[in-house]
Design a protein around this ligand. Structure first.
Ligand code: ZN
Ligand code: ZN
Length: 364
């Protein structure tokens, strides 16, 4: 097999890797699509992901593919099944794990972070990490199961109830899934704050009630104008800089729940108005990965409850990973995926799936 190894310091190298024999509970997945995540960009720049990275390692934790072979004890999936992979593996032994908070596991390992992942043509995973997806779903949508599962945990943390007024800060792939999940969770209004005009347009197509440019307008004032509500009940921040956090607090109404969902740089601090927390009785919460939410993510995918095609804007061959990461960082893209089945980069039109590329390409 072939994998794009991360060597540290922003360096990648394509290497051959021998396919070892499968353990009894292991599954060999032929990778069809793998998303480039914000945390991959962090790792590329030398920061850590959900767990510490020790190069050389094949990154890529948002993967989906087709089961090629299974170990002798495997009964969850079979050859030819289409699967999305939950990358996060918990120890089950540490205090958080034994308190039902596995996402805070002290010995977390993750496919595509601490062990070889999806920026390769094959990936070996424990069967418990495999979730079967409908074969009719474009495989790049299945690769969105992991970020979607993380978003579902964030939505759970946000405590959205029927009739909640929700404001999402940041219209990247995460923000654009959050607005849809907020609606599914019962929000009466969903407003997005996003400076990039292209992303605002996509958000309006997806179905937000309003998309506000926070650089051109005062977010809190405009929010009140469009909703008639003095501050949101739930604010979900999906950007990861202090400006966005400031906006999240500004647009939060009385009794609001603020979820700081983004992965910030480790040295980011935000001054907090204690008076605001007191007088508005604010709750501020973080959200870490995807504890027991993957099954629900796959259910939503299989039931086609989300619009993902407008979010996935570019697809690259896996061996052009650095170009894909650069595109993920640019304003032109929303979500970039890579596939070993592509030979050239593809800019996807909204609604277009490149499924055909995968199943009709001359593969390996
Ligand atoms: Zn991710
Ligand atoms: Zn643990």
């Amino acid at each position: 097999m072939k994998g794009t190894y991360f060597l540290g310091n922003g360096n990648f190298e394509i290497r051959e890797k021998a396919l070892s024999s499968l353990g009894p509970d292991e599954v060999l997945v032929r990778v069809a699509a793998c998303g480039v995540c914000g945390t991959d960009v962090h790792i590329y720049h030398g920061d850590k992901g959900s767990a510490e990275v020790h190069p050389p390692v094949i990154l890529g934790h948002e993967l989906a593919g087709i089961v090629e072979r299974v170990g002798e004890n495997v009964d969850l999936v079979a050859a030819e099944d289409h699967v999305a992979i939950d990358p996060n593996i918990y120890c089950g032994k540490c205090r958080p794990c034994r308190q039902g908070k596995k996402q805070l596991c002290e010995n977390l390992s993750a496919i595509g972070v601490t062990r070889d992942g999806g920026f390769a043509d094959y990936c070996v995973v424990p069967q418990t990490q495999c979730f079967k997806v409908d074969q009719e779903i474009p495989i790049e949508h299945a690769a969105m199961a992991e970020p979607l599962a993380c978003c579902i945990h964030g939505i759970d943390r946000a405590g959205i109830r029927p009739g909640s007024a929700v404001c999402v800060i940041g219209g990247g792939a995460i923000g654009l899934m959050m607005v849809q999940l907020a609606r599914i969770a019962g929000a009466s209004s969903v407003v997005l704050s996003e400076p990039n005009a292209f992303r605002r347009k996509v958000a309006l197509e997806i179905g937000v009630d309003a998309a506000i440019d926070p650089l051109e307008e005062d977010l809190a004032a405009r929010y009140e104008e469009v909703t008639g509500i003095h501050g949101a009940d739930v604010v979900i921040e999906c950007v990861g800089n202090t400006k966005a956090v400031e906006q999240a607090f500004a647009v939060a109404g009385k009794g609001a729940e603020i979820v700081l969902f983004s992965v910030p740089k480790p040295d980011t601090f935000h001054p907090l108005s204690l008076d605001d927390v007191y007088h508005k009785e604010l709750s501020v919460t973080g959200s870490m990965i995807d504890p027991d939410t993957f099954e629900r993510a796959v259910s939503l995918l299989n039931e086609r409850r989300l619009k993902l095609a407008p979010i996935i804007t570019h697809a690259y061959p896996t061996d052009r990973l650095e170009d894909a990461i650069r595109m993920q960082m640019s304003d032109e893209s929303i979500k970039v995926v890579v596939s070993p089945d592509l030979t050239e980069p593809v800019a996807l039109q909204p609604g277009e799936s490149w499924k055909s590329y995968i199943f009709h390409a001359e593969i390996r």
